[in-house]
Write a protein that binds this ligand. Structure first.
Ligand code: IMP
Ligand code: MG
Length: 182
């Protein structure tokens, strides 16, 4: 399969667009079952969750709405451990069932920070949907209700995920060659 180069690093394809589509469909059908008539509000975590959120929401059959939150903790291929974000809404999630939509759960630092912040605005319930999850790297207790694909603890790029701002637009998902650690 074809390798690609980003910022002088080589990446190989590990998840195809077809596999991504099937994972998105699986997550959507579970959410459609679980949250039927619950009028959920999806909170899409930018920038990475944009592609997943866009594809997922088009498959949601129950009445719903969505908001965005912008979070970042990565610099290059390493997490900084500090999450910065901006919750630009409050009224729209109060007393609602909220589904946080993430691209990937790694250590869990980001999702925990967003979860805690969202809790302050008193939603009825908070669920988490992530396209990808590095199960071995996860260190937190927050349940990840909907996981599209479990992935190894390696740095990934494509379909919303970036390497230093590059590669988000790729339709398949790639992993860095010669690096089993991020
Ligand atoms: P966590 O806070 O360690 O769970 O990291 C989660 C966030 O870091 C995700 O929302 C992604 O934006 C980013 N991230 C984690 N792993 C990767 C990766 O392999 N490639 C690109 N971004 C990643
Ligand atoms: Mg993210």
């Amino acid at each position: 399969m074809e390798d690609i180069k980003i910022n002088k690093k080589r990446f190989e394809r590990i998840i195809s667009r077809t596999e991504i589509t099937m994972a998105v469909e699986r997550v959507a059908s579970k959410i459609n079952k679980d949250l039927k008539k619950k009028n959920p509000v999806f909170v899409v975590v930018l920038n990475g969750g944009f592609f997943f959120g866009s594809d997922l929401l088009k498959l949601i059959k129950t009445d719903c709405s969505y908001e965005f939150v912008k979070a970042s903790s990565y610099k290059g291929a390493k997490t900084t451990g500090k999450v910065k974000f901006d919750l630009g809404f409050t009224e729209s999630v109060k007393d609602r069932v909220v589904v946080i939509v993430e691209d990937i759960i790694d250590t869990g630092t980001t999702i925990e920070a967003i979860f805690k912040e969202l809790k302050k605005v008193k939603p009825k319930q908070i669920k988490v949907a992530s396209l990808l999850m590095k199960t071995e790297a996860y260190k937190k207790d927050i349940p990840i209700d909907y996981v599209g694909i479990k992935v190894p603890n390696r740095f990934l790029v494509g379909y919303g995920l970036d390497y230093d701002g590059h590669g988000r637009n790729l339709q398949h998902i790639y992993t860095m060659i010669n690096s089993n650690k991020r």
